[in-house]
Design a protein around this ligand. Structure first.
Ligand SMILES: Cc1cc2nc3c(=O)[nH]c(=O)nc-3n(C[C@H](O)[C@H](O)[C@H](O)COP(=O)(O)OP(=O)(O)OC[C@H]3O[C@@H](n4cnc5c(N)ncnc54)[C@H](O)[C@@H]3O)c2cc1C
Length: 464
């Protein structure tokens, strides 16, 4: 054991959340930080991402506030053509590495423990040498609460016979023989990425079998564009969303109205989605995956054998020579909500819908700017991460309520406008008094907000 290392904050996890939190602490105060992570490089699960992964939302509001990730490019080719660029996994990893070596470490205020595990009680253990370190700190920041799970590192929840050619998407680009037929298991973003990659490589859609335990509602990426030329798409979609909620007559009716308004997309208009994970796709990507017609909707796989997939109520034959791709890791495995601020611990969670990095930065700001713990928690009410379709109701309600509380807080508006991770505030504040068409959109949004929140409250009480 070496001498004790001291700092104001101990941040467990140097993933996207821990890094965004640390960045705001460094920018807005003079505090010192110990940053510990089991990975040997910052970036968390991005260290194990499949090589064809990209962000699913624009780079310009991902990463940390102080350092730009986007190169300001609108994609000219590919399935994201016409939209703001999406950083690849490699770019995300390089970004966090640069940030650590060019900003965090040179600040002299960050003590970084890569490839080390925090054992609790002020004890850190190197996973390389086994050496232990004592640390003391004022506050512990837990950025690991959601327990992110990805294909390369998770254990599937079903039995797999040893003779099945079962691989994570990471292995797809490195197969030594041509793909005959391929089965994708999973209905989320990883499965979509894998299907798109296979189609892009020329694998015929008919050679892809897609096991879809639950269909999901998707967000249209066109509506998440933070640059001014997309004002009518992004803010327009917000107005349409408010109106669709406000005018809906029931929860099912609301989802259909949201789809009609272009807010939500789905794979098959004949199948009502039961899942919502915030997956964001372009219309071009949707058109691609819609070519896959062999979609198996029999629930979850229970066991996997060389010649068949066993479901709870049925079985489906697996053609000889199938490659089976595991896309069943559910990114977030802990959906319980905890208070963000409790005594000397800060538990990072989302305070804006599916925006973990913005949320981490926001929580750091609130930590520094306010003293009273109750006040801090009131400003950082958790917007839960969704799983089922109906979770969207509570998520949207709580998101809107947070926006409302924040708008009442002196100084917060300016902070939000200046934070790079807030994708949309700048767009709204930039509207000039003579931009009548834009003002009309904002007015529609404001007009529909109150009836929308009343409707969400009603649906929420029905769900409760
Ligand atoms: C493929 C993919 C694409 C995504 N795209 C987007 C996007 O476009 N936009 C967006 O906003 N979000 C996106 N997300 C969601 C979210 O932004 C990311 O998942 C984000 O990287 C999560 O970061 P994290 O820090 O919360 O978690 P993690 O990356 O899981 O980081 C937690 C870290 O804690 C470490 N750790 C855990 N326990 C300990 C311990 N005891 N001691 C030391 N270290 C420990 C782990 O090693 C890990 O590195 C995406 C997610 C995935 C999976």
């Amino acid at each position: 054991m070496t001498k004790t290392i001291q700092a104001d904050y101990l941040i467990v996890g140097a993933g996207a959340s821990g890094m965004a939190f640390a960045d705001t602490l460094l920018a807005e105060s003079a505090v010192s930080i110990i940053l510990v992570d089991k990975e040997h490089k910052p970036g968390g699960h991005w260290n194990h991402a499949y090589s064809f992964v990209t962000l699913h939302q624009p780079s310009s509001f991902y990463g940390v506030s102080s350092k730009e990730l986007s190169r300001g490019v609108i994609d000219k080719v590919g399935l994201n053509k016409g939209l703001n660029e999406l950083a690849s996994g490699a770019q995300v990893n390089a970004y966090y590495d640069d940030l650590m070596h060019e900003v965090f470490l040179p600040s002299g205020r960050v003590h970084y423990f890569p490839r080390c595990e925090y054992l609790g009680n002020g004890l850190i253990k190197s996973l390389v040498t086994g050496k232990k370190f004592n640390v003391t700190f004022q506050k512990l920041v837990d950025s690991t609460y959601y327990k992110t799970s990805i294909p390369a590192t998770h254990t599937p929840a079903f039995h797999i016979d040893h003779d099945v050619n079962f691989i994570p998407p990471n292995d797809l680009p490195y197969l030594s023989s041509p793909i005959q037929g391929v089965t994708i298991i999973g209905g989320g973003k990883t499965a979509i990425d894998s299907c798109l990659w296979l189609l892009e490589q020329g694998v015929p859609a008919d050679n892809i079998m897609w096991v879809m335990p639950r269909d999901a509602w998707f967000i249209d990426r066109k509506n998440t564009q933070p640059s001014s030329e997309f004002f009518f798409d992004t803010i327009g979609a917000q107005a349409l969303q408010m109106e669709a909620i406000a005018e809906s007559t029931s929860m099912p009716d609301m989802f259909l109205r949201l789809e009609k308004a272009g807010v939500f997309l789905r794979l098959d208009t004949q199948v009502l989605p039961k899942m919502f994970h915030g997956a964001t796709i372009s219309q071009k990507e949707l058109a691609q995956i819609q070519q896959i017609k062999n979609v198996i909707r029999q629930g979850r796989v229970v066991s996997l054998h060389k010649d068949k997939m066993q479901f709870e109520q049925s079985e489906v034959a697996l053609p000889i020579g199938q490659t089976v791709v595991d896309c069943t890791a559910s990114a977030i495995t802990n959906l319980e909500i905890s208070q963000v601020f409790a005594n000397d611990t800060i538990t990072l969670q989302t305070v804006r819908s599916y925006q973990p990095v913005f949320s981490a930065s926001f929580i750091a700001h609130i930590e520094l700017a306010y003293q009273d713990i109750e006040k801090k928690n009131n400003l950082c009410r958790v917007v839960p991460l969704p799983n089922h379709d109906f979770d969207w109701v509570e998520l949207t309600y709580k998101n809107m309520m947070n926006q409302f509380f924040w708008s009442k807080e002196p100084g917060l508006k300016k902070w939000l406008q200046n934070n790079r991770l807030d994708g949309f505030m700048k767009m709204v504040s930039a509207v000039k008094f003579y931009e009548f068409k834009k003002l009309a959109v904002l007015n529609r949004m404001r007009k529909a907000a109150k009836p929308a929140i009343t409707k969400l409250k009603l649906y929420k009480s029905e769900l409760d």
